[in-house]
Structure formats: structure tokens, C-alpha cells
Design a protein around this ligand. Structure first.
Ligand code: CA
Length: 718
């Protein structure tokens, strides 16, 4: 399993931190009086969500986050008749769309980039209302990986969304008007919210993102009616001697602090909870995952070593109080952006003849874990793709047996890591089918070269990773990039969590694909970066149906019933970490598809027509003369990969989300270039001023580098 075929190649993958609020004019957001949006969701309904098979009431459909639907009107026999029933064009930026729609009482609540919420009639797609939290464009810079939102929670007539700028907002489900709003972040520069809230017995649980900035992770519970804070759990220790007055105070001192060294708190420490949570009502345990350590480079973060609890961990707490119950850290001393904030699925599995209450996770580090969810005890784990940072795991404890060469920070040598920072499995949701007993998940097969940043100095804008992205950037020879492309793959995996092995797989030529849903119709649905939305037979992986949507798909599909008919719905929209940062690799991964944010609903014999793809771009490469010295261009390349590449793409190639600078008119106008990059005249669009980070001379070198790249591209095309 520990294949090394990618080993020698420099694979860039993932990442980004950026703005751009460009979007079409917002749709009318006046609430319609006819909106039947009751959302009378309460604890009893949420706990028994499986008894309402037609709904999708919480992020993972049920508290156990299995993303399995008991519906089977659409099944392996008739899925060939699946046709578009309706589509809804989101009045949203052409950025990544990652939302899991909630469907309850006939209404769909779906979100878009920049945390907008749309209420639609689930049967027809007719708009009921739109809520725009009006996140300032300048907030885009504090998010690592585009400006996504993964969805809302619903409870007792209200809809809850975490806005990108750190607000938790309650919206009246009938009118679409704000009921209350609280800021959940005390440091606006280093946090964002991209994940969906969960609700347990009247408390809204929300985390945050910021593990590439100076964030210290925490999860907070708010009273759903009033917005009053109930408890907070910090995932890593703070400054020594200072108590937080939080639920985590005691356990951080007794278990976590001794696992850190140096002045780690000055850069936050990381461990943010930006996605995965689950809840077991019988055990009354709330589970959440935590992100990488911050900065990534462990030698910078915790220079005397240490496991750095509770980064890269699953933590179980009591939902009423935030009281710690157990934790499991899958990557001690994390150094590769191997977060464990990925989705967690609860299920009861028969293992070695015994029924076990398990929690399952495929975190970024490449292993698929099965733990006892009552105690956190390690049961088993196996790699789901090529993994080279660990040669295996201790069978008793699950602690990785590390490859010492993987510690690039300590060795001072580059490390070709598998997986890369995008992980073997990122946020794109997986699904557990209790009928086939298989977990279906989108796997990334690839890697990344880590080079420790020499003389690391924390920046006040953008990423602080302790990793040198210039040294790890892609080669400029298209032939070499084409060769790298042949090694960067993905696959849909059907994984047996008891035997810990793959049962079947669907290989993809691209790595950054969509989440998965499974149904009692013996079906799996998944979209791809190439815009294909497909159905597979759940037991053997046979491809049964597909539609071309003309936009890259990352979001997980869902299914529900309205007026007696089953619908399968997916949101389309390309971007995210890989889409923004991976340059030519990302561009090729979606083959110049369009990027139109849209909700697509399919049913048997639907009668809507798929919108035509947008016309291809007619932008022409017209760089001014490439006259700067090689030394100046090299300086520009370095500054570009320090401040620009995570949004505008590796080596000045856009992955199809933000403007491709090689086509920028400002490239020919040095004063305009300075007004944008130095002065921040497009700050409202997300392109904030970098005047605090770079001199005008340094900013000018970036212009010469972009001219150089545009000239290279033009000559390579001829
Ligand atoms: Ca991260």
C-alpha cells in the first residue's frame, strides 16, 4: 500500500487565502408571504430524524452523520430515467460552493460562497427568500481556502448560519429576516467560519477556521433562542498562567500543556474546528475534530518537540456543559496540515464477533480510523491511499510509526509527502450505507513537497505556515507539469470499515472531487471536478447514470422527498483550496468548464433542461515586454509565492476561480498595479492592500514576474 510512485515529483496541492466578492447583482430578497417555512424542528424530531425519511434535517442528515437516505423511489433499476427537475442559479460569487442543503417541511435551505442563505421550495426550486449577511470583501484574506460555507442548521422556526467573518446569525425561517447575531470570534484578523452549525437540545454548536493564521481553536455553544454563550472549549492551551474561564480550563492544564514547548501561544497553536462534528444522543456525547497545528511546521511551532494536544484530534465532550470526556490524537506533533477535522460517522459495527459503538473518520493523514465512541479506544486503522509519512500504526494505541525523514522542519531537508496538505480525504463528505456496510468516500491520491521556511518570521497578513511555498512551487515547463498531472489522481472508494480494506473503487484522473451520498436504492451519487454528476451501484460500483453540469462539483449531494417524489440535489461551483492554489493542476482538473453557482435537482422523468455552458473565455495574452533581469523576476516569484499564490494560483496560473493575473490589464500599467496591490483600491472585492507587508519595489518585482509568466505562456502556446 505504501506506493512511492509519486515520490520524486514535486506536486503542489491545495491551499489559499483570498477575496473577490465579484458576483452578479443579488436577487430580490423580499420574503414571500406564502413561504411555508415552519421548520418546527425540536429535539425529538432531530433525534428521530431517521423516522422522517423524506427529510434532510441536519448537516449529516441524522445526528450520526451517516449521510445515508432510506429513500428508494430512485433505485439501481430506474436511475437511468433520472432527469433534471429544476435548477436555481445562485445570486452568488463564482467561487467555491460547498453547501449541504437542509430540507425540512417542504423547504430547502442552502448556502453559497460568502455565507448567503437561500430558502427554496423543495419541490419546485422557487425562491422563498435570500439572506445576505453582507460579509465585507476584505474578510476573504483571513480564510485559507476560498470563501466557502457548508450549510445551516434549523431549530424551532429559525435557521442558523456561521458567517465567514465570524458571526453566528439566527434567521427567522418564515420571513428570512435576522433574529439575532453574535460575534463568535474575539480576534477578527485570524478567524473565519466555513462550517455548518449543529444543534443539540437548544444549543447551537459552532467552531471556526484559521489554522493557517494565528488562530487558537475553540468550539462554542450558544443558546438557540437568545444567542447567549453557554460554554466554550479551547482545543489547545493559551498563554501560561492565564485561565480562560472555559470548559476546557482543567483538561488543558492536566493533559495538554505539557505536550507543548516554546512560546507556542503567540501564534495561536491551531487546532481549529472548521468542519466535522457528530452527536450520540444515547451516550450524550458531542464529538468534534481539530485542525492542524499552527504554524504547520512543528519545529517552528513547538521547537522542543511534543505531541501538541489537542491538535489533529477527535474530542468528545458533554453537549450541555462542554465537559471533556475523551480524546484521540491521530497525528501527534502534526507538521503537514494533517487536520482531523474531517467528517465523523457514528455506527454500530460487529467487530471480532462483538457489536461495537464506533466513530469513523478518514482524516487528512491518509488512514481510515475506527474508534470506540464511548471511550475513544483505538480499534483499527489502515491507509486509504499511498502514505509515506508513517510506516504503520501501533496496533494497540494507533500511534503512528513515523518516517523520520518526514520531519522537514527538524531535518532541514525537503520532504515529498504523501498525502499532501489537501489530505487523502478533505472536507468533501463521505457516507456510510448500513445496507452494504460500506463507507463511500472521495479519496485524493497525490502529494506535496514540504520545504521548511528558513528564518521564519510571522506575517500580519496571510498565511503563517513555516513552509516555503516558493521552494515547493511547480516547475514552469509544461511538459513537466503534464508529467506531474499523470501522478495526481483521485478515486471514489467503497471501504469496508470492519475489514479495513477497499471493496471497489472508481478511479478519476483528477483529485479534487465532490462529496458522496448513499441511498437505500442501492445507489451512490457523486460529482467531479470535471462537472460530471453520476450514480453508481452501491454494492459493486457499476456506473449507472450521469449528467454533465458544466461546472466543477465539490459539494456533497443530498436526497429528499417532496409531494411524494424523490429528488437528488447537488450544488455546483468550483474552487476551494486546490481550485485556488494549485495553478495549472487545478486549471486542468476542471478542463476549462464554466463556474456558474447553481443548485440542480433531479427526479425520475424530470422535465427541466440543463443550462448550456457559458461561452469560452476570449481573454488574450497581451503582456508588455518581458525586460526585467532574471534576478528581479526571481525576487518577484518569491514574493508572489509568499503572498499571492494561495489565491491567484501557483506560478501565476489561476485554477479558474480568481482572476488569472497573466491576463491582467494592470500588468501593463505600473501605477494601477501599485494602487491595487499596495493601496488596496479593490479591497471591497477582497483584494486587500499588501502595503503593510511589501514595499512598492517588492510589489513591482511581482509585476515583472507575472509579465514573465504571461510571456512564457504566450510563447508556449505558439
Ligand atoms: Ca489546515
Amino acid at each position: 500500500m505504501y506506493v512511492s510512485r509519486f515520490g520524486a515529483l514535486s506536486l503542489v496541492a491545495l491551499l489559499a487565502a483570498c477575496g473577490s466578492k465579484q458576483s452578479p447583482a443579488p436577487a430580490a430578497s423580499e420574503p414571500k408571504a406564502s413561504a411555508a417555512a415552519k421548520t418546527a424542528v425540536d429535539a425529538a424530531r432531530l433525534t428521530a430524524a431517521d423516522s422522517e425519511p423524506g427529510t434532510w434535517m441536519t448537516y449529516g442528515r441524522t445526528y450520526d452523520e451517516q449521510r445515508f437516505s432510506p429513500l428508494k423511489q430512485i433505485n439501481a433499476q430506474n436511475v437511468g430515467q433520472l432527469q433534471l427537475a429544476w435548477h436555481y442559479d445562485l445570486a452568488a460569487a463564482h467561487r467555491v460552493q460547498e453547501s449541504t442543503p437542509i430540507v425540512v417541511d417542504g423547504v430547502m435551505y442552502v448556502t453559497s460562497a460568502w455565507s448567503k442563505v437561500f430558502a427554496l421550495d423543495a419541490a419546485t426550486g422557487k425562491q422563498l427568500w435570500v439572506f445576505d449577511p453582507e460579509v465585507p470583501g476584505a474578510a476573504g484574506i483571513k480564510g485559507c481556502c476560498d470563501v466557502p460555507n457548508r450549510g445551516v442548521a434549523v431549530w424551532n422556526g429559525k435557521v442558523y448560519v456561521g458567517a465567514f467573518d465570524g458571526r453566528l446569525i439566527a434567521i427567522d425561517a418564515s420571513s428570512g429576516k435576522q433574529a439575532w447575531s453574535v460575534s463568535t470570534v474575539d480576534d477578527a484578523d485570524n478567524y473565519s467560519i466555513t462550517g455548518a452549525p449543529r444543534i443539540v437540545r437548544g444549543k447551537v454548536i459552532i467552531g471556526n477556521a484559521g489554522g493557517e493564521y494565528k488562530a487558537r481553536g475553540y468550539v462554542t455553544a450558544y443558546d438557540a433562542e437568545s444567542g447567549k454563550k453557554v460554554w466554550r472549549f479551547y482545543t489547545v492551551p493559551g498563554e501560561p498562567g492565564k485561565k480562560d474561564g472555559a470548559a476546557s480550563d482543567d483538561v488543558l492544564e492536566s493533559k495538554a500543556r505539557s505536550t507543548w514547548t516554546g512560546e507556542f501561544w503567540k501564534l495561536g497553536g491551531g487546532g481549529t474546528t472548521w468542519d466535522g462534528m457528530a452527536y450520540d444522543p444515547k451516550l450524550d456525547l458531542l464529538y468534534f475534530g481539530t485542525d492542524n497545528g499552527e504554524p504547520w511546521n512543528h519545529a517552528v511551532r513547538s521547537p522542543g518537540g511534543g505531541d501538541n494536544l489537542f491538535t489533529a484530534s477527535i474530542i468528545a465532550v458533554r453537549p450541555d456543559t462542554g465537559e471533556y470526556v475523551w480524546h484521540f490524537q491521530n497525528t501527534p506533533g502534526e507538521s503537514w496540515d494533517y487536520s482531523a477535522v474531517q467528517q465523523m460517522i457514528l455506527a454500530d459495527l460487529t467487530i471480532d464477533g462483538k457489536l461495537r459503538q464506533v466513530i469513523m473518520q478518514a482524516p487528512k493523514n491518509g488512514f481510515f480510523y475506527v474508534l470506540d465512541r464511548a471511550t475513544g479506544e483505538f480499534i483499527s486503522a489502515q491507509p486509504i491511499t499511498a502514505v509515506n509519512w508513517a510506516t504503520g500504526l501501533d496496533p494497540q494505541t494507533g500511534r503512528p510509526i513515523e518516517n523520520p525523514r518526514s520531519r522537514y522542519g527538524e531535518t532541514g531537508k525537503p520532504w515529498s509527502a504523501m498525502p499532501g496538505p489537501a489530505g487523502a480525504h478533505a472536507w468533501q463528505a463521505m457516507s456510510y450505507d448500513p445496507l452494504t456496510h460500506l463507507v463511500y468516500l472521495p479519496v485524493i491520491d497525490g502529494g506535496f513537497v514540504f520545504v521548511g521556511e528558513k528564518n521564519f518570521k510571522a506575517k500580519t497578513l496571510g498565511w503563517n505556515t513555516g513552509v516555503d511555498f516558493n521552494a515547493g512551487s511547480l516547475p514552469e515547463d509544461p511538459k513537466v507539469i503534464a508529467q506531474i498531472q499523470t501522478t495526481l489522481k483521485g478515486h471514489l472508494s467503497a471501504w469496508d470499515p470492519v475489514a479495513q480494506k477497499q471493496v471497489w473503487s472508481v478511479p478519476y484522473d483528477t483529485s479534487w472531487n465532490g462529496g458522496v451520498v448513499s441511498t437505500a436504492g442501492n445507489l451512490i451519487f457523486q460529482g467531479t471536478s470535471m462537472g460530471e454528476f453520476a450514480a453508481f451501484q452501491a454494492d459493486d460500483g457499476k456506473r449507472l447514470w450521469s449528467a454533465q453540469t458544466h461546472t466543477g462539483i465539490l459539494a456533497p449531494p443530498i436526497t429528499y422527498e417532496a409531494n411524494g417524489e424523490q429528488y437528488v440535489v447537488v450544488e455546483v461551483g468550483w474552487g476551494g483550496a486546490f481550485g485556488l492554489a494549485a495553478g495549472q493542476l487545478a486549471r486542468d482538473a476542471q478542463a476549462n468548464q464554466g463556474n456558474i453557482p447553481r443548485v440542480l435537482a433531479f427526479k425520475l422523468n424530470g422535465t427541466d433542461t440543463m443550462p448550456a455552458p457559458p461561452p469560452p473565455s476570449d481573454l488574450k495574452l497581451a503582456p508588455p515586454p518581458d525586460e526585467a533581469s532574471a534576478k528581479v523576476v526571481a525576487a518577484g516569484k518569491s514574493h508572489y509565492h509568499t503572498f499571492c499564490s494561495t489565491c491567484h494560483g501557483d506560478s501565476a496560473v489561476s485554477g479558474g476561480v480568481l482572476p488569472d493575473l497573466r491576463y491582467s490589464a494592470a500588468m501593463s500599467a505600473p501605477n494601477t498595479w501599485q494602487s491595487i496591490v499596495h493601496d488596496g483600491v479593490r479591497s471591497a472585492n477582497g483584494m486587500v492592500s499588501f502595503g503593510s507587508q511589501m514595499s512598492k519595489e517588492e510589489i513591482e518585482t511581482i509585476r515583472t514576474y507575472v509579465i514573465h509568466r504571461a510571456t512564457q505562456t504566450k510563447s508556449q502556446a505558439n
